[in-house]
Design a protein around this ligand. Structure first.
Ligand code: SF4
Ligand code: SF4
Length: 444
């Protein structure tokens, strides 16, 4: 095991909200029974939406494609149960948008599509191009929440040499433990996925970065990686350790220049659960139809659940004993980067890592005051931005100044908002500025 140093900036979000990981980190992954209906959104990724390729009344098998890609930056979607398509219509999704969904009535037969039932592939069958094709067909996206299509990430231009494949096992968001449990319970599959991805990328050096507070996962992953040449690195506990640019800096010492991508620093970063999904899709011929979700916070019984894509969040919450106490907000993801839900009747997608119920006490923003120029936001920003200046730019609607202050480098980690004693909604303001600057760039 390698021990590495931390990155500059960042925070330890433990004092006010607690890490919350103790609620679920020792609980084995449980299978949530498949629901009676699943709602499969045509948008579960960054990029072009899918187009439905089934019709109402069709019988579909699990793993059958129900949404086809309409562009390179996209990922197909598949049925997560066998049954009958009962509707194709817009449905509310986690982001608060109405998105076309293929709704399937589960027949309970658990019948897999013929192409998914051909058994395991042998390693000789899977050269780099066959593996990449299977990644695309499997509908894989970044499962840490970014949802960038994996086949695009694994297809760098020919002039970009990839020296490092970095596996993100940081799971630095408070409360979430789905990746931790995946590393404990599916370590061999993750290592198998790393080997497949490494083959696609021309065998770069592979490093799995895990935060030092997951000692059991480090030990399990080291055992699984023995003899493979894959390094397991123990990283200091700090937020946002799992952000791509911070992970690259910590594990390789390289810097991703402003406005550039990890591949510009010779790196590809993949989440550990995504690596397991790559193994499923490439070696076991199983597309992405389920994922592990941490359901936690103010619920009857917090759990880590293996959930079919398209299951409504309200069903996960009900299985975990419902909401408990004075719940103010239910969030998809963790408390730092998660998204508040308007409605719990929204389907779990490929990027849903957690469902967190927060009480009124936890969400109370405190009294808003003027900026006192304390500089805490500056010190905590892992991207070395000036959050208070960006806030001022937003107040003045000065998008040119925001661009000059590198607003697009913001990774929306929420560290500035978390540390601000004036309780300013800095990250929300910055999100607005990013949208405005992007819109202005498109107009040029
Ligand atoms: S400015 Fe952006 S990157 Fe910096 S701390 Fe705030 S949210 Fe994080
Ligand atoms: S942390 Fe808040 S009060 Fe302090 S400088 Fe930043 S915006 Fe101002």
């Amino acid at each position: 095991m390698n021990k590495v140093k931390s990155f500059a900036g960042g925070i330890h979000p433990l004092h006010a909200i607690g890490s919350g990981k103790g609620l679920t980190q020792s609980l084995p992954i449980e299978e949530l029974p498949a629901p009676k209906r699943v709602y499969i959104p045509m948008v579960q990724h960054i990029g072009a939406p899918c187009a439905p390729c089934v019709a109402v009344g069709d019988h579909v098998a699990r793993g059958q494609k129900v949404g086809e890609v309409r562009g390179f930056v996209s990922a197909p979607v598949h049925a997560s149960v066998s049954g009958t398509v009962v509707s194709i219509a817009p449905h509310l999704t986690i982001g608060g948008n109405l998105v076309p969904c293929v709704v399937i009535e589960n027949d309970g037969k658990e019948e897999w599509a013929p192409e998914c039932a051909l058994g395991e592939r042998s390693p000789e069958e899977v050269d780099a191009s066959a593996a990449l094709a299977a990644v695309l067909e499997g509908g894989l996206v970044g499962m840490g929440g970014a949802t960038f299509p994996t086949h695009v990430k694994l297809s760098p231009p020919k002039d970009k040499r990839i020296d490092y494949l970095l596996l993100n096992g940081a799971e630095c968001e408070p409360y979430l433990t789905a990746d931790h449990r995946m590393m404990l319970e599916n370590c061999k599959k993750i290592i198998g996925g790393v080997q497949v991805i490494a083959r696609i990328l021309g065998n770069p050096q592979c490093i799995v970065g895990i935060e030092a507070n997951k000692k059991d996962a480090i030990a399990r992953m080291e055992q699984a990686a023995e003899g493979t040449g894959i390094t397991i690195a123990s990283m200091p506990v700090k937020y946002p350790q799992g952000s791509e640019k911070q992970l690259i800096s910590v594990l390789t010492g390289r810097k991703v220049p402003s406005g550039k991508l990890p591949m510009d620093a010779g790196c590809v970063v993949v989440n550990v659960s995504s690596a397991a999904a790559v193994y499923d899709a490439v070696m076991l011929r199983r597309p992405l139809t389920e994922r592990v979700v941490t359901v936690t916070g103010a619920v009857g019984q917090p759990r880590n659940l293996r959930v079919r894509i398209g299951t409504l969040v309200e069903e996960l919450v009900a299985y975990c004993g419902g909401l408990k106490g004075e719940v103010d907000r239910v969030v998809s993801g963790g408390p730092m980067m998660g998204m508040a839900l308007f409605d719990l009747a929204v389907p779990v997608t490929k990027g849903t890592s957690g469902v967190l119920a927060l009480t009124r006490e936890q969400t109370s923003p405190g009294k808003l005051t003027n900026c006192i120029r304390c500089g805490r936001c500056l010190k905590g920003c892992p991207m070395h931005l000036m959050p208070f200046e960006l806030c001022n730019d937003v107040e003045k609607n000065d998008w040119k100044a925001a661009e000059k202050h590198n607003v697009l480098d913001c990774v929306e980690c929420g560290s500035c908002t978390y540390v601000c004693p004036a309780k300013r909604a800095i990250t929300s303001s910055i999100r607005i500025a990013k949208r405005q600057v992007m819109a202005l760039r498109k107009k040029k």
